[in-house]
Design a protein around this ligand. Structure first.
Ligand code: NAD
Length: 338
């Protein structure tokens, strides 16, 4: 049995709490948001983020960080929205042991610094053993114990396998990988492609358009990832194409839902207000474009999404820009035998 403290009490935090409690682990949840703590204590449910999923009485819930850490947890799971990863990590500084395992499950790139979230955590909690879990894992389905797969990235095989064993169950299959860069990049950028996929839906386009965005989207992400030192295999894996498929196809995806509204004529602000949740793809879109420029990588879908979100380019014009780009080879690395 592992002692696990989950920081955050939104949808994914609760999905993970249900999963780990079912696996027989000792689970504590903490949230900085007092209404969440009250609601979870009283109703055992976050009626806003994950209605209908009730957590067991065994799971401890607190708004006091010291209390959530007092049993010396084996694993701390950081499950807050990506924009709160730094502020939440800062709170841990000086409160955890050297080598503390901190598992990031948020998806994003920090605005401004362009840092991956695991690097942000490591900067704020030096000496910790930071790892990442990602993949096609909608909390709505994990909370209902539907078969799901994911990948755990860590600096050491020992830590990756430990997390794998703690999370693995008959309905949650975990794989391990040393490619943290690839896993984190895919997790952040799939939200940008999901915005584009939603926009296509909002315009009334069909499955062909969606397949085009998914396939050419992973190509762009792969190009950037390779330049940043990721391994090509990751893009064909669960955190890569797997998560991209689910995010572009599912109504559970808030990024896709925001995209649909934008495709229907809403502005980004109006869409975010309507979805009423953090739309991380909008932040990641800017970061992705900055990374593309930094590494001199062509990322046409990411560029058009940025123009739509931040330069008021009509979505239809962006579609035309993409469709009428110069004709090129699908895989420039494949050439005819002379
Ligand atoms: N929901 C999913 O299915 C899912 C699956 C995989 C990964 N993720 C990732 O997990 C992260 C969290 O997603 P979510 O769906 O649980 O989001 P959510 O909006 O349901 O929850 C975000 C949580 O952040 C925390 N928070 C809010 N304000 C805070 C503050 N000021 N300081 C500290 N914490 C604060 C709260 O606990 C809040 O519930 C995101 O990065 C998301 O991309 C989500």
């Amino acid at each position: 049995m592992a002692k696990v403290t989950i920081l955050g009490a939104g949808g994914w935090a609760i999905g993970i709490a249900v999963l780990l409690d079912n696996n027989g682990h000792d689970v504590t949840m903490w949230s900085a948001v007092s209404t969440e703590v009250k609601s979870l204590k009283r109703h055992r449910e976050n009626k806003i983020s994950l209605p209908g999923i009730v957590i067991s009485e065994k799971i401890k819930v607190t708004g006091d960080l010291d209390e959530s850490l007092q049993n010396d947890p084996d694993i701390i799971v950081l499950a807050v929205a990506s924009k709160f990863i730094r502020s939440t990590s800062k709170l841990l500084n000086g409160k955890v042991k050297d080598g503390q395992i901190i598992l990031n499950v948020a998806k994003g790139i920090e605005d401004g610094t362009l840092m991956f979230l695991t690097d942000v955590i490591e900067e704020e909690v030096p000496g910790s053993d930071v790892c990442v879990l990602s993949g096609p894992t909608h909390a709505e389905e994990v909370g209902k114990l539907m078969p799901t797969t994911c990948v755990v990235g860590a600096k050491s095989e020992k830590t990756a396998k430990y997390i794998q064993d703690v999370f693995a169950s008959q309905y949650f299959r975990t794989y391990v990988s040393p490619d943290m860069v690839g896993i984190e990049l895919c997790g952040a950028l799939k939200n940008v492609i999901a915005l584009a996929a939603g926009m296509a839906d909002g315009l009334g386009y069909g499955d062909n358009t969606k397949a085009a965005l998914i396939t050419r989207g992973i190509k762009e992400i792969t190009r950037l990832g390779l330049a940043m030192g990721a391994n090509v295999s990751t893009f064909a894996g669960l955190s890569g194409i797997g998560d991209l498929i689910v995010t572009c196809a599912s109504m559970h995806s808030r990024n896709r839902r925001a995209g649909i509204l934008i495709g229907q004529g809403y502005t980004l602000d109006e869409a975010v207000r309507e979805v009423n949740m953090v739309v991380e793809g909008a932040v990641s879109a800017k970061a992705a474009l900055e990374l593309a420029n930094k590494y001199k990588i062509e990322m046409p879908i990411i560029e058009e999404v940025n123009k739509i979100l931040f330069e008021d380019l009509p979505v239809e014009n962006a579609v035309q820009d993409l469709m009428l780009r110069q004709n090129i080879a699908e895989h420039p690395e494949l050439v005819w035998n002379k």
